[in-house]
Design a binder for this molecule. Structure first.
Ligand code: NAG
Length: 181
């Protein structure tokens, strides 16, 4: 039997899930993964170096950076772990698609599309949020550098786009009605 038409989508959804899990355990859980680094502080989804894990946080930085607007934007970053969960579900349904039935592949492509939307919104928000913080810091002559999580998230976005396309194409592939494994 030829390889299942669900396999390419399955691969991309798995890759996206792994990347999004890495993004989700960013600072303060794992300080090596961050969106923005300022001096010794690295900023992640649920806080920054030394802070507690929380949904939405205030920037512990001087001047016009500790604002309610930016605080509210950090809450939106919860879309990253949600997208990770959706990619995981897409992978789960895709496995059923690969093993048993076309319906699994249909659900995989729908969930991959949903995860892609979440990741897209989260990525646009995180790039603008930390872009604003970075530019306000540089006008205060404080150096900030981009962290690796931005590229991990971009990779996940591309993986989900490919995952959705390949899964959608996989729906129209050949599925045996019985005796498949
Ligand atoms: C930032 O603002 C919040 C709410 O206005 C306040 O509770 C917090 O102490 C401020 N933090 C700093 C470092 O200024």
């Amino acid at each position: 039997m030829a390889a299942s038409p669900a396999l390419p989508g399955l691969f991309f959804c798995f890759a996206a899930m792994v990347l999004l899990i890495f993004v989700s355990v960013s600072s303060p859980t794992w300080n090596k993964v961050s969106f923005l680094n300022v001096n010794q502080l690295s900023f992640g989804i649920f806080g920054y170096t030394g802070s507690k894990v929380q949904i939405g946080y205030y920037f512990p930085l001087p001047g016009d950076i500790n604002t309610t607007t930016l605080h509210n934007l950090t809450s939106v970053l919860i879309l990253y772990p949600i997208a990770a969960g959706l990619s995981g579900l897409a992978f789960l349904f895709g496995s059923c698609g690969a093993a048993y039935h076309r319906a699994g592949t249909v659900f995989m492509s729908l969930l991959a599309a949903l995860a892609m939307l979440c990741t897209l919104v989260a990525w646009v928000v995180s790039m603008s949020l930390f872009g604003i913080v970075k530019s306000r810091l540089s006008s205060d002559r404080i150096d900030a550098t981009w962290g690796n999580a931005n590229w991990l998230a971009l990779g996940a976005l591309v993986a989900l786009l490919l995952g959705f396309c390949t899964a959608a194409c996989g729906v129209f592939g050949h599925y045996k009605r019985s005796r498949v494994r």
